[in-house]
Design a protein around this ligand. Structure first.
Ligand code: PMP
Length: 418
């Protein structure tokens, strides 16, 4: 732990070390969009290119072997990190890529009248692919509607998952509200109905201990860059036994067993989903990030994010000018380091810009979750999201900036009236 109260010293993240000079240094509260990278991740990527660079799985030469071993070691690390076995994990370019591979790969299961159940909290990446394949198949997308805290209640699961449901695709943790969905309950209901379950773990893997075997999901998707790894990396998990239901979306080199003039045969999972040259350096960096988080301990990471979110939510709830969305500061429900809010009478974009002038980085908008933000009765919201480098002092500075943003808006109104 760092003296500032962060779980991992910000000085270990070169960008933060560079930005944090002086009193008013950067407070980065946009980790749900992408996290900053620790030096160990940057060094792992650099070392791959300096010492192991060759095309994995292709060359008979020594370096080809080293690159293959680096990629497969990375697969073992990433799999262990989410409670899976290495042969259940395919590398992808991120969550969006994995979810598209899943939607198109499972589309053959859908018949007219079948249903795909998603929640109203989904990121567009776990919505648009299902809307697309459902339409192509004549199937319907049904929604699990969350309560005011952003959690899908049991009654909703029973209402929306039934005999017509073929696939249930839900996010583990909302990227807007930070609330944790009852995924064990959802998996049980889906399996009782004979449906497959896809989990969008893009946020959860950075915030919670995730054990995919224990959760029982059939498939899962997550990104390296949201868990302190490089951009352009991610993984698709397929439970052993479920992988055979999944056809490939991308076709080409590396995923075929034999190719003839008029046909071809596929390799098994995970190779069948890894057509083309993999981002091996990225995978190595993602594995370094997984080891970095394991060393911190995911229980500690979760407790840290939860405490910061409660502090932020409590500060906002005490401000008459702020409107908080999702879980309140004292709620018993499990949550992660993500807090959504608005400043009354100030557009989310203007509020975020006012925070930016005070060197506090938050994101404003619909956060690629338009149906949810509409359901919240807003057009846009501000989102503060923490990382392992975030401290209580950062949260307090951002609360001060929210108060100042409201004051800016009031001053602007007064000067307009004069
Ligand atoms: N799902 C969720 C819950 C997310 O937060 C994100 C990223 N904002 C995605 C999917 C898409 O991830 P990526 O952009 O890394 O593909």
């Amino acid at each position: 732990p760092s003296p500032s109260g962060a779980l991992a010293a910000p000085e270990g993240f070169p960008l933060l070390a560079h930005e944090a000079a002086g009193e008013g240094g950067l407070v980065y509260l946009d980790s749900a969009a992408t996290t900053q990278k620790p030096a160990c991740v940057l060094e792992a990527v650099d070392a791959f290119y300096r010492t192991n660079n060759a095309n994995p799985h292709r060359g008979a030469h020594r370096l080809g072997g080293a690159a293959t071993e680096a990629l497969e070691a990375a697969r073992r690390d990433v799999a262990r990190f989410v409670g899976a076995d290495a042969d259940e994990v395919a590398f992808t370019s991120g969550t969006t890529c994995a979810l598209n591979q899943l939607a198109y790969g499972l589309a053959g299961l859908l018949r007219p009248g079948d249903e795909v159940a998603v929640s109203l909290l989904e990121h567009h990446s776990n919505l648009v692919p299902w809307l697309t394949v459902a339409k192509l198949a004549g199937a319907k997308v049904r929604y699990l509607v969350p309560d005011r805290q952003g959690r899908v209640p049991d009654g909703e699961i029973d209402r929306a998952v039934g005999s017509r449901t073929r696939i249930v695709a839900v996010s583990h943790v909302s990227n807007v509200l930070g609330c944790v969905q009852p995924v064990e309950r959802i998996v049980r209901a889906a399996h009782d109905a004979g449906a497959l379950v896809v989990l969008d773990c893009a946020q959860s893997v950075a915030h919670l201990p995730v054990d995919l075997h224990a959760l029982g999901a059939d498939f899962a998707a997550f990104s390296g860059h949201k868990m302190y790894g490089p951009m352009g990396t991610g993984a698709l998990y397929a439970r052993r036994g479920a992988a055979s239901a999944l056809g490939p979306l991308l076709r080409g080199g590396g995923m075929v067993e034999a190719v003839f003039e008029q046909g071809f045969t596929f390799k098994g999972f995970p190779a069948v989903l890894e057509a083309g040259t993999p981002n091996a350096a990225g995978a190595v960096g993602m594995a370094a990030a997984a080891r970095f988080l394991e060393a911190l301990g995911m229980e500690a990471v979760h407790a840290h994010g939860e405490a910061l979110a409660r502090r932020m939510a409590a500060g906002l709830a005490a401000m008459p000018s702020a409107r908080l969305y999702g879980p309140g500061p004292d709620g018993a429900e499990e949550r992660c380091g993500i807090v959504a809010f608005n400043v009354r009478g100030v557009g989310a974009d203007l509020a975020a810009r006012a925070l930016d002038r005070r060197n506090v980085a938050v994101r404003a908008g619909a956060h690629c979750a338009q149906p949810l933000v509409r359901h919240l009765g807003a057009e846009a919201v501000c989102r503060a999201s923490t990382g392992v480098y975030t401290s209580e002092r950062d949260v307090d500075r951002s609360l001060g900036a929210v108060e100042a943003a409201r004051q800016d808006a009031a001053n602007l109104m007064t000067s307009a009236m004069l």
